[in-house]
Design a protein around this ligand. Structure first.
Ligand SMILES: Cc1ncc(COP(=O)(O)O)c(C=O)c1O
Length: 481
């Protein structure tokens, strides 16, 4: 038994750390050891419980209603509001789109209007549910353009989307105008507050300027907020809220058309572990309202110092003043964000490169956690050194022949053999087949030149080759003790 757990811990040591504040994407760290421990214990206690049936597991229903209630309070939801705990931001977005589509069975080819900065989860929803995504450009401040969005609404539109804030730039869209335009046409408006929804209410309470973004805005019909982000809960929970129970109704799925139990689901999963919900309930209870206020004070103070520190590094520029906890920066061209990213990884900091898109420059994204706020100066020291080295080595130069070759590739016509060759050519595969590359800078620089369709295809081919079964009973040798 101990042997199994020590093997697990050994494997996990190769992952990025989820505590300690040095991972600035994917994980959100309160820095509160007690809350983390209570969350983990709650997940373990409910790992085998099944959220499929609230009559068999009434404690899960109690927890869900309490968690949704807290979210409704934070998001200024009216008393009519109803919601669901989902498995994460993507599921909340998927269900918001699915509910909007199914609320309009009269529309054969439904569409949704969204800013180009909306999260990719909406494109996944478009793909899954056959809802056409009508993408609308943004302003120089990286916020959605409400007039252009209003113009894009037509008789087939079932949903209009705004972000609070957007992931890539960290700014809140003009929700009042967007929701107003949707309401004027009787169309649903979803505010995606997956990443900001647990920060912005406290930011406002701390006296910071927060643009309108909640159900207090007329016309907002649904909102998503993730507990596994700034609720600092274990992975696996988000809340999807609707202004009324009637708006939520099409989200439900029921089937009595077989010999077994009547299947009745509010989410995409049917059997679902009670662990994440219990973990979220426990962390929310443990941190409490005052606790989140303090965590928000701490993280936003860290954001201020981070923004000032990055702005003071001559080769760097903060792309836009953030409305919340997400900081995005670019270089002045004297060095590459991809070189900086690798140098930061070597120094023990996990930052996330964002490839250039539709004429925009490549950037680095930082999701700041409360636990990172204590280490901002240390982070800035490491960043200063990484940038110094990157300036010295200069921007990554990609062979012009390769630039031309990549530009000429049509993702749709490439075969599996072509992908094998491409992955090898760009360093994503070696003699031993595809593996995790030591360094990403050159690979990212190349992907940066590729069209989005080619990026998608290459990374999909890469993942496909990574996800191959380990045969010969690898995990059963040596035999578990
Ligand atoms: C604004 C926004 N929406 C949706 C999502 C998707 O959330 P998840 O990764 O939990 O599925 C994210 C994730 O970062 C996000 O920032």
């Amino acid at each position: 038994m101990n042997d199994v757990l020590s093997r697990l811990r050994e494997m996990q040591a190769g992952d990025v750390p989820v505590t300690g504040g040095r991972t600035l994407a994917y994980v959100y760290d309160s820095g509160l050891e007690d809350a983390d421990r209570i969350g983990r214990e709650a997940v373990a206690a409910y790992a085998g419980s099944n959220g499929l049936d609230p009559t068999a597991f009434p404690s899960l229903l109690t927890m869900e209603n309490e968690v949704v209630g807290v979210a409704a309070d934070l998001l200024d939801a009216p008393d009519t509001a109803a919601g669901t705990v989902t498995s994460g931001g993507t599921e909340s977005v998927l269900l918001a789109v699915q509910a909007a589509r199914d609320s309009r069975p009269d529309i054969a080819h439904p569409r949704m209007v969204l800013p180009v900065t909306a999260h990719s989860a909406f494109h996944k929803a478009a793909h899954y549910f056959g809802v056409e995504a009508v993408r609308v450009g943004i302003g120089e401040d990286y916020r959605a353009l409400p007039d252009a969005m209003a113009e894009a609404i037509d008789d087939r539109t079932v949903l209009v989307v705004a972000s609070a804030p957007s992931y890539a730039h960290g700014v809140v869209d003009p929700v009042t105008e967007i929701a107003g335009a949707a309401a004027a046409r009787g169309i649903r408006c979803h505010v995606d507050a997956c990443i900001g929804g647990w920060v912005l209410p406290y930011s406002a309470r701390l006296g910071r300027a927060v643009p309108p973004w909640t159900f207090a805005v007329d016309g907002v019909t649904s909102m998503s907020v993730d507990l596994h982000k700034y609720g600092y809960a274990p992975k696996g929970t988000s809340v999807l809220l609707h202004r009324t129970a009637a708006l939520r109704r099409p989200q439900y799925f029921a089937s009595a058309r077989w010999h077994g139990y009547t299947m009745l689901n509010s989410t995409m999963q049917s059997t679902k572990s009670g662990g994440p919900l219990a973990g979220a309930w426990a962390v929310l209870s443990s941190i409490g309202d005052d606790g989140y206020l303090e965590l928000t004070r701490k993280v936003l103070d860290g954001v201020d110092r981070l923004v000032a520190g990055i702005s003071a590094i001559p080769a760097l520029r903060v792309v836009v003043t953030p409305d919340s906890t997400l900081v995005t920066f670019a270089t002045d061209g004297s060095c590459d964000v991809f070189t900086i990213t690798d140098a930061m990884t070597r120094a023990g900091w996990w930052v996330q490169p964002q490839l250039s898109f539709e004429g925009g420059e490549p950037t680095i994204h930082l999701s700041l956690s409360a636990a990172t706020a204590d280490h901002v100066e240390e982070f800035l020291g490491a960043l200063g050194e990484a940038v110094g080295d990157a300036v010295e080595s200069g921007p990554i130069s990609v062979d012009p022949g390769i630039v031309e070759f990549v530009g000429s590739l049509d993702a749709a016509s490439l075969t599996d053999e072509d992908f094998d060759g491409l992955l090898a050519a760009v360093g994503m595969a070696g003699d031993g087949g595809v593996g995790l590359p030591e360094s990403m800078a050159e690979i990212n620089a190349l992907l940066n030149l590729a069209a989005p369709e080619l990026r998608e295809a290459m990374l999909t081919a890469f993942l496909d080759r990574l996800q191959r079964p380990t045969r010969s009973r690898g995990m059963w040798t040596p035999s578990a003790g």
